[in-house]
Design a protein around this ligand. Structure first.
Ligand SMILES: Nc1ncnc2c1ncn2[C@@H]1O[C@H](COP(=O)(O)OP(=O)(O)O)[C@@H](O)[C@H]1O
Ligand SMILES: [Mg+2]
Length: 465
């Protein structure tokens, strides 16, 4: 009798379960709507906790608490990637045994840069490139196009990662291209689903930590937000990097959003060329157009991306709307922020944009999401609306409030220094920031502004009616 009941128990044993990502409710089968929290489409498949048959066989002895003073501090050995900007973003190089996630839109160049890095590393280390998306010959074609010497680079074309461990003998670095394309047999859901992505990543983490192998993991950012994308993995990773930029433009920004071995304020600037991705070390002026100052509708602002300050041009176009409802389109600036600034210009400065379509574009395809760019957007919009160009040697920065006042921003000194370095002759900045800018007063004409209206009067003096 007893034997029979244990057999029944064994048969009924679930290997996977479905967990609601909102409230953690567990169900033996997939449900469209969680009965506990009422949310739709939140169930994802996960393996059940350790099967009861295994008991605690693989469990190490419980850890003992020790005083922090007794802990020996480790110094991390770092390996260079061969791409200086990439090393900077990592905090000085790769730390052995770490998990590095590289996220970005499809086609941005993730496979390209990691092929370059893998080729560089393979000259002195054993490196494996797991290509789940492309065939071996496609990877070879890319390597040849980029002119890489990578005879020693191991390539594996496989989508199931359960057998990966057998291929990792002596391997120090491994690239997974991409996490959405691989799967594990532990789950029956298809590759790319939240459960698969998470399970594969934790599997890789266990391998990385137990065998001291560094994994570069590629993750696509999906257009519908980051579901099943890099966002669900961030907590497992040691370092999370995002590759940004417009795929049509040549410039790319590499940004760290999490780094256990370095600070996250570093960014890397890259250029996509015929022969691959190259680091841009002299980035001054790459985000400025040549015809600046001749046409109405553009303004330059010293913007902070990470710890770096770069002068970036914001271009705008206002055109009479053909339909009742004016269009607002923005690339690189938050859409809601644009709507707010248009309202401020209308109400506080008498610049009527209600009957005009407004288009905004940030040069070089980079995204500006700091408030210090507000004033430059206003300047560019006013310039376009009035039909008067902003002087070529003038830069503006400051946050704009709903009352039309110009608020102080951080890192003022750095921004003014960048303008001086770039040869600007005049900078309009928040009056409250004046103190930290005065030391440059002999090198550049510093104009404090209290209100957006004052800025417009200063910029277009005598040219508006
Ligand atoms: N044959 C080619 N010649 C020149 N550039 C190419 C070629 N194939 C791809 N590219 C460039 O490489 C980019 C794709 O890079 P890739 O590393 O495959 O992107 P990801 O892995 O991020 O999806 C394309 O946007 C394109 O600009
Ligand atoms: Mg790719």
């Amino acid at each position: 009798m007893r034997a029979r009941s244990s057999k029944v128990k064994k048969m009924a044993k679930q290997l996977t379960q479905f967990v609601c990502s909102e409230c953690g409710n567990i169900s033996p089968k997939w449900l469209g709507r969680c009965p506990a929290c009422g949310k739709f489409n939140t169930f994802s498949e996960e393996p059940t906790a350790t099967p009861d048959t295994g008991k605690t066989a693989h469990r190490p002895a419980p850890a003992k608490a020790i005083p922090l003073a007794a802990v020996t501090s480790e110094r991390y050995e770092r390996t260079g990637t061969g791409v200086s900007e990439f090393d900077n973003v990592l905090g000085g190089g790769i730390v052995a045994g770490s998990l590095i996630l590289l996220g970005g839109d499809p086609g941005i160049g993730k496979s390209t840069i990691l092929t370059q890095i893998a080729a560089h590393l393979s000259t002195a280390h054993k490196v494996l490139y797991l290509s789940a998306e492309e065939s071996c010959s496609q990877v070879k074609m890319r390597a040849e196009r980029l002119g890489l010497k990578c005879g020693n680079l191991l390539i594996l074309n496989e989508t199931c990662i359960d057998g990966l461990e057998n291929e990792l003998d002596g391997v120090e670095f491994c690239v997974i291209d991409s996490i959405q394309a691989v799967y594990t047999d532990a789950l029956s859901s298809s590759s790319g689903s939240v459960g698969q992505v998470r399970e594969c990543a934790s599997k890789l983490m266990r391998i990385a930590k137990s065998r001291n192998i560094t994994f570069f993991i590629i993750g696509h950012v999906t257009k519908e937000g980051a579901l099943a994308g890099p966002k669900v993995l961030e907590h497992i990773m040691d370092t999370v990097l995002y590759f940004e930029g417009e795929t049509q433009e040549n410039f790319r920004i590499l940004r760290a959003v999490k780094n256990r071995f370095g600070n996250v304020s570093e960014v890397g600037v890259f250029e996509m060329t015929e022969s691959g991705i190259i680091a841009v070390t002299d980035y001054t002026g790459i985000f400025l157009s040549e015809r600046r100052g001749e046409e109405a509708g553009s303004a330059v602002t010293p913007a902070l991306t990470g710890a770096r300050c770069m002068n970036v041009e914001i271009q705008t176009l206002t055109a009479k709307t053909a339909f009742g409802l004016p269009r607002r389109m923005s690339l690189g600036i938050d859409y809601n922020k644009l709507a707010l600034l248009i309202a401020v210009l209308e109400k506080r400065c008498g610049i009527a944009l209600g009957g005009f379509d407004v288009y905004v574009n940030v040069m070089g395809g980079i995204k500006l999401n700091e408030p210090a760019c507000d004033l430059a957007v206003c300047a560019a919009l006013a310039s376009s609306s009035l039909g008067v160009p902003v002087d070529k040697y003038t830069a503006v920065f400051g946050e704009v409030g709903l009352t039309g006042e110009v608020r102080a921003v951080s890192s003022c000194e750095k921004r003014v220094a960048e303008c001086v370095k770039m040869g600007f002759k005049r900078v309009l900045l928040p009056a409250k920031n004046m103190k930290s800018a005065v030391k440059y007063a002999d090198k550049i004409n510093i104009v404090p502004v209290l209100y957006v209206n004052t800025m417009i009067k200063t910029l277009f003096k005598g040219q508006t009616e």
